[in-house]
Write a protein that binds this ligand. Structure first.
Ligand SMILES: Nc1ncnc2c1ncn2[C@@H]1O[C@H](COP(=O)(O)OP(=O)(O)OP(=O)(O)O)[C@@H](O)[C@H]1O
Length: 612
């Protein structure tokens, strides 16, 4: 991580002068708070009911991450509707009372024309992420707080809300900006994936490593390829895109045939949407029996579907990138199934020499061939009788063995090598593949009839970068491996959440194990304890984002600030120095090095701030 301390915002400050001008033109005066616009209780209730899906999504998708990162800060998370009325807020109740004094409360409008320059109103007006720090607020009475807000757009690109973090402090770090952008994106993605006719999800990025980051566009289309919705980044990348268009008209036609493709400068990744109904229907008996297990909707749906077919002995085909946890998933399925008392027999078709696969699976009679065990071998299929047979990397099964396996599945009996006696078997077959089995069918390497036999139900486990419970998994693995009481540095958590994890859970699991060993005895797990190759990846990812991504933040610069803002700037600089000093564990030399100033200047500045 190169920047340990939050850096000052840089760039144009026109948005601020424009916003102050608009506030003055609306007849507001800095020193007099106007009458505020507040909904009566019935209208507020109605508005909250109209936005109940959004409120529920904030509570389920955004709030856990907000609490994790901002747990020790005096901050509140505030959701407002697109007309500026605050729908709900969450966080420390002590701070809530103070905000209520300035009417930052449910049912009050925070439109710019009512409350002057403020993050919610200005973000809604500018339709961009905005940070309004202390003195930048139009009204003097609002200047004790700093606010950062992001607009939230519906799948059709319509502005529907603003999500804000408000704190009682004079600075908002880059971490707050990143956090609020991530929270808004989580909600927008959840809304997209819930569209009723959604069939395809296409992720778009200017560079492959930006997949899974805030700089990834997402477009959702129906089974005919008609565009149903997209996130703001997708709109930024493909500006002429409209709901109802054919996606092919914007990104060519390769996306529908290939999982990974490219169109002009854009990298594309296509996947089928695992639909998540907007309103939960009455839970099925199976769901009731099993209860909700995963915090990721796609995984939860895969779990529920898999459990339904297991009771009927329908073969299950599990697809997903390497390391997403396919085997782990099968073990969980087995352990809660009616067959849990019987064996789960796993065989990795890629790991066994081709000429032994047949014997391993079907067994052989005593003396069937030279070199074979004298007693014969019953084979994995019969070992799995009344239990589960898990065939991992099924795509690597030799063609001849595929033919025999097909017979077993059709006849439900095995004929061992060297025998002509068929032995009945009762197995639940689960197969897994990290590659595209259909392309193997197309190239003649995999039997089409076997594919359809195995494909009783196909489920796809999501890549780690696409999982909505990423935070929970990171915490779980940190909890599993940390040695003693240990927290996690929020900046590190931000980077881990933003990284694309090409090796999925396996990569995260390995990394966490090593990092926790390196951090033994530390109060916090920090970036420098990570294995060096991951440090490089995270740094490359952060740098690439800076170089290739666009900055979604409305920014301010020192030079363009008007005199009245200079005092505010000085306060920001002081707050930054203080933050850097704390970040460096009060080590003056380290802090001076991080800030790029001499130790003497740092001593002078710290003395001014009252630090001895
Ligand atoms: N839900 C989970 N929580 C924590 N760790 C997990 C979870 N699922 C899998 N893992 C860990 O991730 C690693 C990879 O899991 P697994 O072998 O199941 O993946 P896979 O998809 O079968 O991989 P491959 O395609 O390479 O065979 C293992 O170390 C496993 O312990």
């Amino acid at each position: 991580m190169t920047a340990k301390t939050p850096s000052l915002l840089q760039g144009s400050s026109h948005w601020l002068t424009d916003s102050w001008q608009r506030s003055s033109l609306a007849g507001l005066e800095q020193t007099h708070l106007p009458e505020y616009h507040k909904l009566d209780p019935v209208s507020l209730q109605q508005k909250q009911a109209d936005h109940s899906v959004l409120i529920r999504l904030v509570e389920t998708q955004a709030l856990p991450l907000f609490y994790q990162v901002m747990a020790h800060s005096q901050s509140r998370l505030i959701l407002s509707a697109s007309d500026g009325y605050v729908l709900k807020h969450w966080g420390l109740s002590k701070y809530s009372d103070k905000l209520a004094n300035i009417a930052l409360d449910e049912g009050v409008s925070w439109l710019e024309e009512n409350q002057g320059t403020n993050a919610i109103g200005t973000a809604l007006k500018a339709r961009q992420l905005v940070s309004v720090i202390g003195e930048q607020h139009f009204f003097a009475k609002h200047r004790f707080m700093s606010c950062t807000a992001s607009p939230i757009f519906s799948p059709s690109g319509e502005l529907i809300a603003a999500l804000d973090i408000t704190s009682e402090q004079q600075v908002h770090s880059q971490q707050t900006l990143l956090l609020i952008s991530s929270l808004a994106q989580l909600i927008e993605t959840a809304l997209l994936c819930q569209l009723p006719d959604s069939h395809y999800r296409v992720d778009l990025a200017t560079q492959p490593h930006l997949f899974g980051s805030l700089w990834q566009g997402i477009a959702v289309a129906d089974s005919q390829g008609k565009l149903l919705g997209f996130n703001p980044m997708a709109k930024h990348l493909l500006q002429s895109m409209q709901v109802g268009d054919s996606l092919t008209q914007h990104i060519g036609d390769r996306w529908q045939r290939e999982r990974h493709s490219q169109h002009k400068m854009l990298h594309l990744k296509t996947q089928q949407v695992e639909k998540q109904p907007l309103k939960k229907s009455a839970p099925s008996q199976t769901a009731n029996k099993l209860g909700l297990k995963f915090k990721d909707p796609q995984l939860e749906q895969a779990w529920q579907q898999a459990n339904k077919v297991l009771t009927r002995q329908i073969p299950l085909l599990i697809c997903g990138e390497t390391g997403v946890g396919k085997e782990h998933f099968v073990k969980q399925l087995h352990s809660q199934s009616d067959r849990h008392a019987k064996p789960l027999v796993a065989i990795n078709c890629a790991a066994i020499p081709h000429d032994l696969v047949e014997a391993e699976l079907f067994g052989y009679q005593a003396g069937a061939y030279t070199g074979a065990n004298k007693q014969g071998f019953m084979g994995k299929i019969r070992q799995a009788h009344e239990g589960f047979l898990f065939l991992d990397e099924i795509g690597d099964m030799p063609l001849m063995v595929q033919t025999r396996l097909l017979r077993v599945l059709q006849e439900r009996e095995v004929v061992p090598i060297g025998s002509n006696k068929a032995i009945p078997v009762d197995i639940q077959l689960v197969a897994a593949s990290h590659g595209d089995l259909l392309s193997k069918v197309a190239s003649g390497e995999f039997r089409q009839d076997l594919f359809y036999r195995l494909n009783g139900l196909q489920i796809r486990l999501p890549a780690l970068r696409d999982r909505q419970d990423k935070l929970r998994i990171i915490e779980k693995l940190h909890g599993k491996y940390r040695l003693g009481e240990q927290g996690m540095c929020p900046q590190l958590l931000g980077l881990l959440l933003a990284y694309s994890w090409p090796g999925n859970l396996r990569e995260l699991d390995n990394m966490m194990q090593v990092a926790c060993l390196m951090a033994e005895g530390e109060r916090q797990l920090t970036f420098d304890k990570l294995p060096s190759q991951i440090q490089v990846q995270l740094q490359t990812c952060a740098t690439a984002v800076k170089q290739h991504g666009f900055s979604p933040v409305i920014e301010t610069s020192h030079t363009e600030l008007k005199p009245k803002c200079r005092q505010n700037l000085a306060q920001q600089v002081e707050a930054e120095i203080m933050a850097a000093f704390l970040d460096a564990d009060s080590n003056v030399s380290q802090c001076a090095k991080n800030l790029g100033i001499s130790r003497n200047s740092l001593y002078r500045k710290l003395r001014k701030l009252g630090v001895r």
